[in-house]
Design a protein around this ligand. Structure first.
Ligand SMILES: NC(=O)c1ccc[n+]([C@@H]2O[C@H](COP(=O)([O-])OP(=O)(O)OC[C@H]3O[C@@H](n4cnc5c(N)ncnc54)[C@H](OP(=O)(O)O)[C@@H]3O)[C@@H](O)[C@H]2O)c1
Length: 265
């Protein structure tokens, strides 16, 4: 069975993907910017994505690369670094990439948009790097993970009055469901862009924050806050949604019941 490299395997999604891969393939290697102890069927290797040091060795011998490494703004450079390493390693692994629903639909024109909401265009640019690579690829776009919304709600929920961007919507999905689909794709043949994976329900961001506050027993009020810029308008218009692909199972309320409660803020 295939030797699989996972980039970003230490992250939230990666920690759900990697154990599934360990069950399914012979060799799982995880590349990280920092050292981790190998074990439990996982070999960790360190790489510097800026200089490329260690990346070519990490990629060498992989039949499949599941590319999850990413951050807010540097996804294009990360994809380019991965491609350079693949070329230097001199073979043609199947690249399985995770991206985000609406990646091309959120415009970033101003400095404010770029700094605060540049994630979507950055993911879109990364997609184009991988799709133009000439290598076999599969790209899955998912909506925001419940866990990401929870992190935001926890942060905002500490404020005495909780700000919620006016009109922003989301269709959150369980990261574990995305992980399962990615592993299925990694075990299969390259498919190009596959149908999006979106959560079962669309909510306003404000309603989700209210749901979190209620779940943890907080009576703090939410207040709508207008976030300027075209990217914010795009979120309000639903650019990050895929209602026709609402195939996710776990709802936001079910996730909150499992992950947040009066003692678990
Ligand atoms: N969170 C969401 O709602 C969501 C929705 C759709 C798609 N996605 C995509 O899913 C992937 C994983 O998301 P996640 O929430 O699991 O992210 P995460 O927890 O932040 O993990 C991402 C991992 O990528 C590595 N990384 C971060 N910045 C990097 C950089 N500049 N260069 C190279 N490696 C870097 C880190 O690993 P090391 O520190 O070990 O190097 C980190 O553990 C990302 O590509 C993200 O865009 C996320």
């Amino acid at each position: 069975m295939a030797r699989t490299l996972v980039t970003g395997g230490t992250g939230h999604l990666g920690r759900l993907v990697v154990p599934r891969l360990v069950e399914a393939v012979d060799e799982v290697r995880v590349v990280s910017r920092s050292p981790h102890a190998s074990g439990d069927g996982i070999e960790y290797v360190v790489a510097d994505w800026t200089t490329g040091e260690g990346l070519t060795e990490a990629v060498r011998g992989a039949d499949v690369v599941v590319h999850l490494a990413g951050d807010q703004l540097h996804n294009e450079a990360t994809a380019q670094a991965l491609l350079r390493a693949v070329r230097e390693a001199g073979h043609r692994p199947h690249l399985v990439n995770v991206s985000v629903v609406g990646a091309e639909r959120v415009p970033v024109r101003t400095g404010f948009d770029r700094r605060v909401l540049g994630y979507m265009p950055s993911k879109y640019a990364a997609e184009r790097v991988l799709e133009g690579s000439g290598l076999p690829w599969t790209n899955l776009r998912a909506t925001q993970f419940h866990e990401l919304v929870l992190i935001a709600a926890r942060g905002l929920g500490k404020l005495p009055v909780v700000p919620a961007p006016t009109g922003w919507q989301a269709q959150p999905i369980a990261a574990d469901e995305v992980a399962a689909r990615l592993v299925e794709l990694a075990l299969g043949s390259p498919q190009g862009r596959v149908p999006d994976l979106a959560g079962p329900e669309v909510h306003t961001f404000r309603a989700m924050i209210r749901g979190y506050l209620d779940a943890v027993g907080s009576r703090r009020p939410t207040v709508p806050v207008r976030v300027p810029g075209g990217a914010s308008r795009a979120y309000a218009a639903g650019a990050n949604l895929a209602p026709d692909r609402a195939v996710g199972k776990q709802t936001w309320a079910e996730f909150l019941a499992a992950e947040a409660g009066p003692g678990r803020r």
